[in-house]
Ligand binder design. Structure first.
Ligand code: ADP
Length: 544
């Protein structure tokens, strides 16, 4: 029997239409630095989006051609998020923090035609331009100097000039919901970046999921602050979810340092924010040293991208009343796949254990763990295997069919290793590539890091496996101390003794000023291992 329901496609266009018509008075605020900001209503945003679509047509964008962005989190970036997909083209967010070679490789592979770029990033973009093979036009946002972009033989037009005089409405085409809306490359933490192509449908469903109570519960009373860059898995889908929910958006532009973020939170009072743990750790550290900031507006902070230390969540909750909600996902999963909200009726201690896990699958996503042969393992909280996922917002392949082995079973092999308990909570012990194998047994770097960061003297901690003559591999702890604090490897080992088994205790320690970070702000273990191999770290060895 066929259903009698109307066949209305799930598209970014319908998110745009809803935001503009039903919630036209809601606002997008973009920070300008020094406490200044500019505000745009959703109605005005809709007009800007229409003008941008005309402008993109005007410079030759047709069909499903790719429109790259090289931008911070701001209202113009949001306009491209909407205009490119709604006109049938494809939004392609470029990661501004990759090397020029990597950026060029990604833009060329995706065959970007136009790049919308912030002029504040001209210095980073200029060295990329001579390497680009398909880009013919740059739309330059802001009123900075165009000269750095003008010598590569491309058209460079100011964004405002390109939009000037264009009509404020656009006859949006009816699109097949399974066509491409956006693409994003993995940030390459563990290998070469690979392209993921999101459909209109996957974007729509992911946004809806994000708005449900069990995920982030974003609604019309919220004001959402995506600190996670709009080039990192589309800011975790927060902009689309906010538009769908009719929530206000607060965008930090390039002002991502802890003092600027705290000022923005104090003045604009967002209720929901999202960023990786290193950012929240920086924010917390600044808060503790400079009391007086008001972050009480935040009812929920989404945090993921790497494991979220329980100790950090506890301080936010107990001292500032701010709830950090851990979520797990990947560029490949749009990204939100699991969310760590505790089930009701459990003790406080169990609730904290559940919050410190990577969480349970959002409805629509299935999660399992498999052994080395790909056979499913029990969800008994003990068996450890590679995590696999599937669902309507999980990619079924990479762009151009790269790395097919990741999809062989019909599930996505995530490269993450962990266990799943009978309630469905996933706990990751490591990324497959970061696993420390000592004498044939696994040591969880994630667990060691989470315990170390709970030490009052420790500001940052990352643990990697390094070669060892006797055990093949042993952990090296890379530690940053709070200003004015001192602690010895022996004291840190003692601190860990009742928390992990004895043979996990690192005997190699190095104290540094900052743990290297990846382009999206995670601890960069590839670089740590390389620095150690090159003898750049002063390593203290301690055994007892
Ligand atoms: P990249 O793979 O280049 O780092 P992504 O941002 O897509 O780019 O990374 C996804 C990976 O981030 C996951 O496979 C996982 O290893 C890690 N990750 C994401 N969220 C969490 C979390 N809550 N806890 C631990 N690891 C996480």
């Amino acid at each position: 029997m066929r259903s009698t329901m109307q066949d209305v496609p799930l598209t970014v266009t319908s998110i745009l239409r809803h935001a503009v018509t039903v919630n036209g008075d809601r606002t997008v605020t973009t920070a300008l630095g020094d406490g200044r900001y500019r505000s745009t209503s959703y109605r005005e945003l809709g007009e800007q989006v229409a003008r941008l679509a005309h402008a993109l047509r005007g410079v030759g964008i047709t069909g499903d051609q790719r429109v790259g962005t090289f931008m911070w989190n701001n209202v113009e970036h949001l306009a491209v998020y909407l205009a490119a997909p709604a006109m049938g083209a494809v939004l392609h967010t470029l990661n501004i923090r990759l090397s020029p070679e990597q950026i060029a490789y990604i833009a060329n592979e995706a065959e970007d035609q136009v790049i919308v770029a912030d002029l504040s990033l001209a210095a980073q973009l200029a060295p990329v331009l001579p390497m680009l093979t398909t880009v013919h036009t740059i739309l330059a946002v802001g009123d900075g100097d165009l000269t750095p972009l003008q010598n590569a033989g491309m058209m460079v037009i100011r964004y405002d000039d390109a939009l000037g005089g264009r009509p404020p409405e656009y006859d949006w085409p009816v699109l097949d919901e399974n066509t491409a809306a956006a693409m994003c490359y993995t940030s390459g933490t563990t290998g070469n970046p690979k392209g993921v192509v999101y459909s209109h449908r996957s974007t729509y469903l992911h946004s809806m999921s994000t708005c449900t109570t069990n995920v982030l519960g974003i609604g019309v009373e919220d004001s959402v602050l995506p600190i996670v860059p709009m080039f990192h898995a589309n800011a975790w889908g927060l902009p689309y979810a906010a538009l769908m929910a009719g929530a206000d958006l607060v965008l930090p532009d390039r002002f991502m340092d802890a003092p600027s973020l705290l000022n923005l939170i104090g003045t604009h009072r967002p209720t929901v924010a999202g960023a990786v743990p290193t950012i929240w750790n920086d924010v917390l550290n600044h808060l503790e040293r400079h009391p007086g900031h008001d972050i009480s507006s935040l009812r929920l902070v989404a945090c993921g991208g790497s494991a979220v230390p329980r100790s950090m969540m506890e301080v936010f909750q107990n001292r500032y009343g701010v709830r950090i909600q851990q979520a797990w996902g990947m560029t490949e999963t749009s990204p939100v796949a699991t969310v760590a909200a505790p089930v009701p009726g459990v003790s406080d201690e169990t609730a904290w254990t559940l919050r410190a896990s990577q969480g349970r699958a959002a409805c629509g996503v299935e999660v399992r763990i498999v052994d080395d042969e790909g056979l499913p393992l029990p969800h008994d909280g003990k068996a450890v295997g590679e995590v696999e996922v599937r669902g309507p917002w999980v990619t079924g392949s990479y762009y151009l069919g790269r790395d097919e082995a990741k999809f062989a079973s019909g599930w996505l092999r995530t490269g993450d290793v962990g266990r799943i308990d009978p309630l469905g909570y996933v706990t990751l012990t490591d990324r497959a590539k970061d696993v420390i194998k000592s004498g044939g047994e696994w040591i969880s770097s994630v667990e060691l890091e989470n315990h170390l960061i709970a030490h009052p003297a420790v500001l940052e901690a990352s643990v990697v496996g390094v070669p060892d003559d006797r055990w093949q591999e042993r952990p090296l702890a890379v530690v940053v101390l709070h200003d004015g604090h001192q602690v010895s490897p022996q004291q840190l080992r003692e601190f860990l003794t009742d928390k992990v088994v004895r043979w996990w205790l690192p005997e190699r320690w190095t104290f540094v000023d900052q743990v290297p970070r990846t382009s999206v702000g995670k601890y960069d273990k590839k670089t740590i291992r390389a620095r150690h191999a090159d003898g750049e770290y002063d390593v203290v060895e301690y055994r007892d």
